[in-house]
Ligand binder design. Structure first.
Ligand code: ACO
Length: 441
């Protein structure tokens, strides 16, 4: 089989087959930026053949105008704005507005949006009894998957996916309530009472207070630390069609309600190859630290390069970035700020991370495979310095990504070309056969 691409004004690709089947011509579309795509939707109807692309290495599963990544040069744009500019000029809620609505808010739009989010921060009181069914030592993501899914049992009045008004309310509810649910998950795990949200604080300051205040001691917020958390949230807010976002889209393509779809996204994010990597990266650093520290980096790198060891350098590598992850640069900067503020700049873990990064960036194994640090390499160190316990890291990621998930979900529902997601397969199992009576099997 081979294909040719035409050069005319209506570009197309023609696929010819070595088995003599008639060739098929398919249109090629241009995005505003990024690679062109070949529209293969009619391929099966015209040729009786599917395409094969496990892991979606060459497949655009939708069109989207939210986030753009150029992995070769390490660029990330939210609605056209570079992440480097957003990270220094906007706070998380402005970023949410941008991702949801396509434009940065002006002052009155911003105030109105902040008001709408803060007036939805509290969760239904009955949700606190729901928490009591969990073991206190449950993994926070196990609890989060369940409580986010349970939101559909509490907020059925914003579950009609065909009503744009209800979709907008569910978006606000999810963005507003995720921090409350994540903080409740933490408080439950340590046996402390839940702390109610405080609506005169910023999104991130409120979250830190719900995490670290208790009835005997009010949390004293620190601007550097609050800004660091806000930056973590901005950097994780959306990342186009990654595994969890695609999960949300696939779940939503059946018409499932938004809370159920976001719960599906939380479940997918949990995996160590995705959102679980920040937890895995910090655990890896702690492990190396406990087993000889900087001296042992050489041994560790050799282990990573040995394919039989199953060891990966967590926080390195990315399906799309074949260059330094732009979020990792910003997170590295935040890491310095936070450790300076806390007088932890000589922290052995940070020094170890810097040494490991330097060695890996020079090592032929990583250079050849274009493996660079991703955002999770540094976000774990920052979160740890903020006092966030390691098992909660992925839940913080989920809190940040909720806006991306809901914006992508909303974009999909509003797309007139939207269809239920239904991949096909290359079947390699047994062909039809007869069931034998049990005595003959
Ligand atoms: N350590 C060592 N080797 C690696 C790593 C790593 N972290 N990542 C990739 N490789 C190797 C692979 O073994 C493979 O080698 P080979 O060509 O000799 O077989 C090659 O690099 C290509 O890697 P793939 O696994 O094919 O790349 P893929 O795009 O499928 O995987 C992934 C990307 C899952 C992120 C991978 O790099 C990884 O597991 N990294 C560690 C986990 C991590 O940090 N995940 C966070 C992603 S960012 C995020 O979710 C916010």
């Amino acid at each position: 089989m081979n294909s040719t691409v035409s050069n005319d004004n209506n570009p197309s690709a023609t696929l010819s087959f070595s088995d003599g089947s008639p060739s098929v011509t398919m249109p090629i579309y241009k995005g505003t930026i990024g690679p062109d795509v070949i529209d293969i939707r009619k391929l099966y109807g015209q040729s009786g053949k599917f395409t094969y692309d496990p892991g979606f290495l060459s497949t655009a599963a939708c069109n989207s105008s939210i986030t753009y990544i150029d992995g070769d040069i390490g660029k990330l744009l939210y609605r056209g704005y570079p992440i480097e500019q957003i990270a220094v000029n906007c706070d998380f809620l402005e970023t949410c507005y941008l991702i949801l609505h396509g434009e940065l808010p002006n002052k009155s739009q911003r105030d109105d949006f902040v008001h709408r989010v803060t007036s939805h921060t509290m969760v239904h009181e009955q949700m606190s009894t729901f928490f009591r069914g969990f073991r206190r030592d449950s993994h926070p993501m196990a609890v989060l998957v369940a409580v986010v899914g349970a939101m559909s049992a509490f907020y059925a009045d914003s579950s009609d996916v065909n009503d744009p008004q209800q979709r907008a309310i569910s978006a606000i509810r999810l963005i507003a309530k995720l921090p409350t649910l994540v903080a409740m998950t933490y408080k439950y795990s340590i046996g402390q009472p839940f702390v109610y949200p405080s609506n005169d604080l910023s999104y991130s300051a409120n979250f830190m207070r719900m995490m670290f205040s208790n009835p005997c001691e009010e949390y004293k917020s620190n601007d550097v630390l609050v800004r660091a958390l806000d930056r973590i949230l901005i950097l994780h807010a959306d990342h186009e069609q990654n595994a969890s976002t695609s999960t949300v889209r696939l779940a939503g393509s059946s018409g499932a309600n938004p809370f159920a779809c976001i719960a599906a996204g939380v479940a997918c994010l949990w995996g160590p190859a995705h959102g679980g990597a920040n937890e895995a990266a910090l655990n890896m650093l702690i492990d190396i630290q406990n087993n000889g520290g900087v001296e042992k980096i050489g041994e560790f790198i050799a282990d990573v390069k040995n394919k039989n060891s199953g060891t990966k350098l967590m926080g390195f590598g990315h399906r799309v970035y074949k260059n330094y992850d732009p979020r990792a640069k910003l997170m590295r900067e935040t890491c310095h700020e936070v450790l300076n503020e806390l007088g932890l700049h000589d922290s052995p873990l940070f020094k170890l991370a810097m040494a490991l990064e330097k060695i890996a960036l020079e090592d032929e194994y990583f250079v050849k495979r274009q493996l660079y640090p991703n955002v999770d390499f540094y976000s774990g160190i920052v979160q740890s310095a903020l006092g966030i316990p390691v098992p909660l890291f992925t839940a913080i990621f989920a809190m940040a990504r909720t806006v991306g998930w809901i914006a992508q979900w909303n974009e999909m529902i509003s797309d007139p070309e939207q269809k239920i997601g239904r991949p096909r397969q290359l079947f390699v199992g047994a062909t039809e056969r007869d069931v034998k009576p049990i005595a003959q099997r």
